[in-house]
Design a protein around this ligand. Structure first.
Ligand SMILES: Cc1cc2nc3c(=O)[nH]c(=O)nc-3n(C[C@H](O)[C@H](O)[C@H](O)COP(=O)(O)OP(=O)(O)OC[C@H]3O[C@@H](n4cnc5c(N)ncnc54)[C@H](O)[C@@H]3O)c2cc1C
Length: 412
């Protein structure tokens, strides 16, 4: 059996896995079914992705310096994008996935990974190796390929995971429209990205307006209970934005699922899962690009190390390191989603809490640099005081949701 690795899916997670494997001298083949259409995505990426993976700045459409949070009642909080030690490198990068993914895939090829344009149809994994059956997109023929191991980087629906006999994960849905606007209307979003909270736009996640080079990407996330309402939620977001997007030209409507839970295991004998296939999107922000890249890298490093004995026990080193490194952050963000988006009153509190300078700094340290240091006790006390006051204010007085003024129905 060949000592090559098959990577299924050559989007962000798969391409980084392939680049890493090639850097460690491992023969690598990527199998990707979709080389033209972009992965539906908001395309917000932390700067740490650019430094850690040595990515050129030309991939960035815009550098976001401010986040505008808008609560269900229309309270606004403008949060500067800055960490504890503010620098020019503090930003949120806005990319278009059709450009970003293409760059990573080409880099993997330049480093010697082969790319097959094909769709995985079947997978057999046994003690001797991996045999994958796929349909070639070039000629429609079914073909097979053999490898020593497989990395499933094939997204939320992960055919690799399914073919390994793993259950489906709970999924959210995100739907987005890309709308071209005249320069004068885009100016409002020159350095700002918007996040909207409210049960009419996203009952349990958030809605967004993320600017790209010449258009705005408007989207909503909806957890498993609300996926059937996704189109209505997006339409409500457009109503909330009103004149800001009037006259815009629809370029694209796109939707895809997001995993809501990490998988119990991400490594098996001769097989590993990364990114969305492993369920590694974080709660609260729905961020998955960096995590797909990082897990692709760590899985590839682990696999290269154990390629001679790719047992489940050896390959699970990957998941042990992963959860040691990021377990605290995942658990905290899961709690924050439950706490901050649980109901509209909490969404108001969440928006007010974002005015606290310590909360802002901690949020952006963890988002931009993936550092989650415990806050000093004085900072914790200041944050606790502000949170309690916001809770009390919002319990004593109900704020009127924007949707009531706009005549929009709550989605429940
Ligand atoms: C609308 C929306 C907005 C989002 N916004 C953001 C954001 O702003 N920032 C952020 O960080 N994250 C965002 N995410 C999440 C992010 O898009 C994902 O977490 C990320 O793309 C995961 O990367 P991946 O490589 O694991 O999988 P994917 O990017 O999903 O790639 C999987 C690849 O596998 C391929 N594939 C699937 N099946 C097969 C098969 N049978 N054979 C061959 N190939 C196959 C697919 O074609 C695809 O290229 C968003 C998601 C959605 C849906």
């Amino acid at each position: 059996m060949a000592q090559r690795v098959l990577v299924v899916g050559a989007s962000v997670g798969g391409a980084i896995a392939a680049i890493t494997l090639r850097g460690l001298g491992v023969e690598t083949v990527m199998l990707e079914k979709e080389l033209v259409k972009a992965k539906p995505c908001g395309g917000a990426i932390p700067p740490v992705a650019f430094t850690e993976f040595d990515l050129p700045q030309r991939l960035i459409d815009r550098k976001i310096k401010y986040c505008l949070m808008v609560s269900p009642s229309g309270q606004e909080t403008i949060v500067p994008v800055a960490g504890s030690v503010p620098s020019d490198d503090d930003y949120v990068a806005m990319v278009r996935r059709e450009i970003f993914d293409g760059f990573l895939r080409e880099r993997a090829q330049r480093r010697g990974a082969d790319l097959i344009h094909g769709q995985l149809l079947g997978l057999e994994v046994n003690h001797a190796g991996v045999t994958a059956r796929y349909r070639s997109m070039a000629n429609g023929q079914e073909q097979t390929i053999q490898a020593a191991a497989v990395i499933g980087a094939d997204g939320c629906y992960s055919p690799t995971a399914r073919m390994l006999g793993l259950p489906q994960m709970p999924r959210a849905v995100a739907i987005q429209e890309r709308i071209a606007l005249p320069e004068a209307q885009m100016a409002r979003w020159a350095e700002t990205a918007d996040l909207y909270l409210g049960s009419e736009v996203s009952p349990d996640l958030y809605a967004w307006a993320f600017p790209k080079c010449d258009h705005i990407a408007l989207g909503i996330g909806a957890g498993p209970r609300y996926t059937a309402h996704a189109k209505r939620l997006l339409s409500n977001l457009k109503t909330r934005l009103g004149p800001a997007i009037t006259g815009g030209q629809l370029l694209l409507r796109e939707a895809h699922a997001l995993p809501m839970e990490p998988r119990k295991h991400m490594a098996f004998e001769r097989a590993m899962l990364v990114g969305d296939a492993a369920g590694l999107v974080v709660h609260t922000s729905g961020e998955g690009i960096y995590w797909a890249m990082k897990s692709g890298q760590l899985a590839a490093q682990t696999l290269a190390h154990f390629l001679d004995v790719p047992s489940a026990a050896n390959l699970r080193t990957y998941e042990r390191i992963w959860w040691q490194e990021y377990g605290l952050m995942y658990n905290f963000l899961r709690w924050l989603q439950w706490w901050g988006y649980g109901n509209e009153r909490q969404m108001e509190v969440f928006t007010e809490m974002c005015r606290n300078a310590d909360v802002q700094r901690l949020t952006f340290d963890s988002y931009m640099y993936k550092q989650m240091a415990p806050a000093p006790w004085l900072v914790q006390m200041r944050m606790t005081k502000d949170i309690i006051m916001a809770q009390v204010r919002n319990y004593l007085q109900r704020r009127t949701p924007v949707r009531e003024r706009l005549g929009l129905a709550e989605v429940s």
